[in-house]
Design a protein around this ligand. Structure first.
Ligand SMILES: *[C@@H]1O[C@H](CO)[C@@H](O)[C@H](O)[C@H]1NC(C)=O
Ligand SMILES: *[C@@H]1O[C@H](CO)[C@@H](O)[C@H](O)[C@H]1NC(C)=O
Ligand SMILES: *[C@@H]1O[C@H](CO)[C@@H](O)[C@H](O)[C@H]1NC(C)=O
Ligand SMILES: *[C@@H]1O[C@H](CO)[C@@H](O)[C@H](O)[C@H]1NC(C)=O
Length: 406
């Protein structure tokens, strides 16, 4: 055992000395792929909801919330988690270690030059007694905190959840929810702040006020940032859409934007959006000059995923009469009443200095235009782990309403 560890350590040191990065374990790799499939299922499930404008979900963080349910669950309440993650064959300890490894890897701010704060907390009713084992292992694998909350004074309970979220995101996410309907169960809350640092920054002066068309008749005034550079780009003429990939600073992940030619409801694109279709688009991309104009906005979105996870197969945990979450408290006294998944994402000009040597060169002639002044879908896709860090859509940015003619 000792010898094996030393050998493994030496191999790791040698690999690092040669500039190779430590590879993900095989179960972390499987879980990365599976969480990407979960991303599309969850997105589609949410897109069915009426009156929902912006969507912002982090599939790897959702996967870790599911891991927490598996940790607290017994029997089929726990095994359903693996089914939702298409990981029926993965052993419990591999599930937790793998999800933990994946999240640690993709949120490493040193290695990835990214600002990504991820906080998680499990709230239980005042009557609950969290089991020591559960508290320890959920801290270890998923970095969760635990807290009891008294909903008899609902206003102050909601206020304290929002204050916790604001504090753990340095104020970037002031509110997770205005109200809580079901106050008798276990509540998962994730509060996140993500700020991409571009591989090539936008010039901070190349920002001006433009019009964003939520629809043909409803527009909002927003700041937009502009730059022309070499990007991977694909124009799907059959489906009348553009796909653009903008690498983030460390080049380990990139932001992918999928936008229809003109303003239209996103349903048409959403019907096309599958893991396979995304890979097909990415496979057709070519590097070329693109004049990119993007909203310089922050987006704060909070979803309660409880119902959606139930619809994707987590039927027992969310059902008060069936849930067995007795590894959380030692008793069969809890069900999953809410899964608040809240993120703030800040699209800004910041990034690495741009390569000025190509300015004025042939390479930047006749750029394609990618003018994001109408709703689009975006993903932050990780190239190293093949996981999806975020999937979402920007339909309605914050800003002053300008015109509403109908
Ligand atoms: C849940 O509890 C059972 C029995 O008390 C134990 O064998 C099992 O390891 C626990 N599961 C987890 C994930 O802690
Ligand atoms: C983050 O990455 C750095 C640099 O690659 C590495 O030294 C460090 O151990 C990583 N941190 C964690 C928590 O994995
Ligand atoms: C990213 O790298 C830049 C340049 O080295 C640095 O100024 C910035 O603080 C880094 N950001 C993060 C979040 O690590
Ligand atoms: C992802 O990584 C592969 C292999 O390392 C590389 O060829 C490819 O260009 C990368 N893609 C992006 C978008 O960075």
């Amino acid at each position: 055992m000792w010898v094996a560890n030393v050998v493994a350590l030496c191999l790791l040191v040698v690999a690092m000395a040669y500039g190779e990065e430590a590879k993900l374990s095989s179960h972390a790799t499987t879980l990365a792929d599976n969480s990407a499939s979960l991303a599309f299922n969850l997105y589609h499930n949410m897109a069915k909801e009426k009156d929902l404008d912006n969507i912002l979900i982090s599939p790897v963080v959702v996967a870790s919330s599911l891991g927490l349910v598996a940790l607290g669950g017994k029997a089929s309440t726990a095994s359903q988690v693996k089914t939702v993650l298409s990981a029926d064959k993965v052993k419990d300890d591999q599930l937790h270690a793998g999800l933990s490894e994946l999240l640690t890897e993709v949120s490493n701010s040193t290695a990835r030059n990214v600002t990504w704060k991820i906080s998680g907390r499990l709230y239980g009713p005042s009557s609950v007694n969290f089991a020591d084992d559960f508290v320890k292992s959920s801290k270890k694998h998923y970095n969760y905190e635990h807290s009891k909350i008294n909903f008899r004074d609902k206003r102050s309970a909601v206020k304290s959840i929002n204050e916790w979220a604001a504090k753990s995101t340095d104020g970037k996410l002031p509110e997770v929810t205005k109200d809580v309907d079901k106050t008798d169960g276990a509540m998962i809350v994730n509060a996140m702040f993500f700020k991409p640092h571009w591989d090539e920054k936008f010039h901070h002066k190349m920002v001006d006020d433009r019009v964003f068309l939520v629809s043909r008749s409803f527009t909002i005034s927003i700041p937009m940032m502009h730059r022309t550079g070499l990007y991977k780009f694909h124009e799907d003429t059959d489906n009348k859409l553009f796909v653009l990939s903008m690498p983030l600073a460390h080049k380990k992940s990139s932001m992918i934007l999928i936008m229809p030619y003109h303003v239209e409801p996103l349903e048409r694109l959403e019907k096309l959006l599958t893991h396979k279709q995304l890979d097909a688009w990415l496979g057709k991309m070519e590097e070329r000059a693109v004049a990119v104009s993007l909203p310089k906005v922050s987006l704060e979105v909070s979803h309660d995923l409880q119902k959606h996870l139930g619809e994707l197969g987590l039927t027992e945990a969310v059902d008060k009469s069936k849930a067995d979450l007795s590894n959380i408290s030692g008793k069969k006294d809890l069900y999953l009443s809410n899964v608040f998944h809240a993120s703030a994402i800040e699209l800004d000009t910041e990034g690495n200095p741009f390569d000025t040597s190509i300015y004025g060169s042939e390479k930047l002639r006749n750029p394609k235009l990618f003018y994001a002044d109408h709703p689009f879908i975006f993903l932050v896709k990780d190239n190293k782990t093949n996981s999806i860090l975020y999937i979402g859509r920007l339909v309605r940015p914050k800003g002053d309403k300008m015109r509403d003619e109908l």
